[in-house]
Design a protein around this ligand. Structure first.
Ligand code: GLN
Length: 252
C-alpha cells in the first residue's frame, strides 16, 4: 500500500512540476523551442507575404533549433515584454536584442552573433549633423530599446517612445519628431523604403557598437546547447548564407 501511495505521489509530482520524470524540463514543451520575438524589426524579424515569420534572426534560430533536434514555435510580442517572458511564456528570445548588463541581471545570453550600432534616421534636409545637434531635439525611438536609452542620455532631448520602430518613422514623416534612433538594420530598411529619409551611422554621433545575443533563462542548460548549435550553424555555412540573404543590403 505504501508503495502504491508513493507511486501515486510521484506521478502527481511529475504532473504538477513536469520535472524529474524522464521528460526534459529544458524547454516548456518536449521537442519544441518556444521563441519570442517582435516581428516588426526588418531585416531581423518580420512577416513574409503569407504572414509567416521571416528574417535573419528567424531563420538563424530555426537552424539552431534544428541542430538541437527541436522545432520552433513562434510567439510575437512587444519588444519590451520579451525579457520578462523568458522562462515563463517563452524558452528563448531572438529579437536583434543587444546584450546589456541590465538585461543580464534577468537572463543569460548566447555568445554574440552580430554586431550593430544605433543609426539616426533623418529627413534629407535635416540640420542634424553632429552629436551636438541632437541636443534639445524631439527624438523618436522604440520603447525599451538601446536606442531609447541612448536618446534619454541626450541633453534636453524630448524622447517619444513607440511600441514599434515603424511608428516612430511615421511620426518622422509627419514632422512630429526630428529624427529616429534605431538599430542599423531597420534604419537602413526605413531609408530604402522612404525616399527623402537618410540613415546615418551613430558612430559619427559617438554611439558605441552593440552585440546581439539570444536571450535564455538564467542558468539554463540551453545556453551551452544553443552556443554549440550556433557554432555548428556558423561552421556549416548556414550563417553566411543567411547573412548574404538578409543582411548584405544593410551593411555599409
Ligand atoms: N538592439 C536594440 C535593443 O536590444 C533593439 C532591438 C529591437 O527593437 N528589436 O534594445
Amino acid at each position: 500500500m505504501k508503495k502504491i501511495i508513493a507511486l501515486l505521489l510521484a506521478t502527481a509530482m511529475c504532473v504538477m512540476t513536469l520535472t524529474a520524470c524522464g521528460a526534459s524540463k529544458e524547454t516548456m514543451k518536449e521537442g519544441v523551442l518556444v521563441v519570442g520575438t517582435n516581428l516588426a524589426f526588418p531585416p531581423f524579424e518580420m512577416v513574409d507575404d503569407n504572414g509567416n515569420p521571416d528574417g535573419f534572426d528567424v531563420k538563424l534560430i530555426e537552424a539552431i533549433a534544428d541542430k538541437m533536434g527541436l522545432k520552433v514555435e513562434w510567439q510575437d510580442m512587444e519588444f519590451g515584454a520579451l525579457v520578462a517572458a523568458i522562462g515563463t511564456k517563452i524558452d528563448a528570445s531572438i529579437a536583434a536584442m543587444t546584450i546589456t548588463d541590465e538585461r543580464k541581471k534577468t537572463v543569460d545570453f548566447s555568445t554574440p552573433y552580430y554586431t550593430a550600432v544605433q543609426y539616426i534616421v533623418l529627413p534629407e534636409n535635416s540640420d542634424i549633423k553632429t552629436a551636438e545637434d541632437l541636443k534639445n531635439k524631439t527624438i523618436g525611438v522604440q520603447l525599451g530599446t538601446t536606442g531609447d536609452y541612448a536618446a534619454q542620455e541626450i541633453e534636453g532631448a524630448t524622447v517619444s517612445a513607440y511600441d514599434k520602430a515603424v511608428y516612430a518613422v511615421n511620426d518622422l514623416l509627419n514632422g512630429k519628431v526630428d529624427c529616429v534612433i534605431v538599430d542599423q538594420g531597420p534604419a537602413t530598411v526605413f531609408q530604402n523604403n522612404n525616399p527623402g529619409l537618410v540613415a546615418v551611422s551613430g558612430v559619427e554621433f559617438d554611439f558605441a557598437t552593440e552585440d546581439y545575443g539570444i536571450a535564455l533563462p538564467k542558468g539554463s542548460p540551453l545556453v551551452e546547447k544553443v552556443n554549440k548549435a550556433l557554432e555548428e550553424v556558423i561552421a556549416d555555412g548556414t550563417y553566411d548564407k543567411l547573412f548574404n540573404e538578409y543582411l548584405a543590403t544593410v551593411e555599409e
